[in-house]
Every structure is written in structure tokens, then in C-alpha cells.
Ligand binder design. Structure first.
Ligand code: 5GP
Length: 200
């Protein structure tokens, strides 16, 4: 059986990374797509774990060489998904998790629609998002305002996703996230239904 894809989008600070880390620890058939970015590395982040950090010039070069499955500019920085590791992971039957924005979701969905499940995660309201970003102490006040404005724009596109999770209580959100991970795996049965029917 081939692999499947789960795309997660939502405002930075809504808890996506914590949810992904929890399921990665419990499942060895999940591959997390590590993006490449031109943004500064944050305290606590690691090269090759959270992102691959490169210069704008190098990013431009990789676009020209066709190395990205998709890329986008978010909050003034560039972010992209390299195509090769994704195709390898899919070939190896993995559940591939992407943490990408709404623009990236649109592109990946076009290419892999029959094996893709999508989930939008957000906070109960924008004040809670702001408090979480302030508490995280990784962004300046102006960067936080930019992220809130971007979140409002991204929220306009929730309807493009299969599921919506509102991260109020982390434990409840994690339970629901694990349910979506489980159901995302079942997509592969549908994409290979002809083969299954033949053997049946
Ligand atoms: P952050 O700077 O908070 O890590 O990420 C900012 C935003 O960029 C998040 O919404 C995240 O989902 C998005 N993002 C991260 N990697 C990629 C990527 O490879 N492609 C796209 N399109 N968006 C990404």
C-alpha cells in the first residue's frame, strides 16, 4: 500500500507543533515533512528537526532548480516543501504530515487529492492566540500583530479543509487530532480500491 498525506494548517501559536510532536513520539509509521525556510531560527528550534534554515538566495536557487513541491511567502519569509523526501516517504507507505499554510495546502491538494486529508487548527478566539504568542516570547510586538492579521486572512479559508479543530483544552484537542490521524490512514484504501477489488 502507498502512503497518505495529512495537511495541517492554522495560525502560528495555535499548537500545531505540540500536537505533531505527540503523535510522532507514539507512531513510527509517520513521516513529518520538514520544511525549508528563510526565517531566523527561534530559541529552542533545531536545524533539520523543525526546519532547514537557508538564505533567501539559496531558496531562490532551489525554486529555480524545481526542488520544491510547493513554496509560499508567509509573514515576509519564504517556506517550502522539498519534493524528494515526500515521494520517498509515500513510496514507503508512510503517513506524511505537512505543517503548511493555506497557499501550500491548495497546491498539495491539487497534486495528491485522492490520498490527502486536511485539518485546520486554531484557537477559540484571536485574543487567546495573541496571549499565546506573547507567552512564547519568540516574536516582537509588530511580528505578533502581523501573525494575528495573517491568521484572520487564513481563517477565511477554513471551508477548504476536511476538519476543524479548536484548540481550547490541549488533551481534548490531542484526542481529536489522533482520531483524524487514524482516519487519514484509511484514505489509502480508497485510492487503491481497484487493486483490492481484483484480489478480493
Ligand atoms: P512559523 O514561522 O510560525 O514556523 O510558520 C509560519 C507559517 O508558515 C505557518 O502557518 C506554517 O504552517 C507555514 N509553513 C511552514 N512551512 C511551510 C511550507 O513548507 N510551505 C508553506 N506553504 N507554508 C509553510
Amino acid at each position: 500500500m502507498g502512503g497518505v498525506i495529512l495537511v495541517l494548517s492554522g495560525p502560528s501559536g495555535c499548537g500545531k507543533s505540540s500536537l505533531i510532536n505527540e503523535v510522532l513520539q507514539k507512531n513510527d509509521d509517520i513521516y513529518f515533512s520538514i520544511s525549508t525556510t528563510t526565517r531566523e531560527i527561534r530559541d529552542g528550534e533545531k536545524e533539520g528537526v523543525d526546519y532547514y534554515y537557508i538564505s533567501k538566495e539559496q531558496f531562490q536557487k532551489e525554486i529555480e532548480e524545481g526542488l520544491f513541491l510547493e513554496w509560499a511567502e508567509v509573514h515576509g519569509n519564504f517556506y517550502g516543501t522539498s519534493v524528494k523526501p515526500i515521494e520517498n516517504a509515500l513510496k514507503n507507505g508512510k503517513l506524511v504530515i505537512f505543517d503548511i499554510d493555506v497557499q501550500g495546502h491548495e497546491i498539495v491538494k491539487k497534486r495528491y487529492s485522492c490520498i490527502l486529508t486536511s485539518l485546520f487548527i486554531t484557537t477559540p478566539n484571536k485574543d487567546i492566540l495573541k496571549q499565546r504568542l506573547i507567552k512564547r516570547e519568540t516574536d516582537s510586538t509588530s511580528a505578533i500583530d502581523k501573525r494575528i492579521e495573517n491568521a484572520k486572512i487564513e481563517m477565511q479559508r477554513i471551508e477548504e479543509y476536511d476538519y476543524l479543530l479548536v484548540n481550547d483544552d490541549f488533551k481534548v484537542t490531542l484526542d481529536n487530532f489522533e482520531a483524524v490521524v487514524k482516519v487519514a490512514r484509511l484514505k489509502q484504501d480508497l485510492s487503491e480500491v481497484k487493486e483490492f477489488r481484483r484480489h478480493w
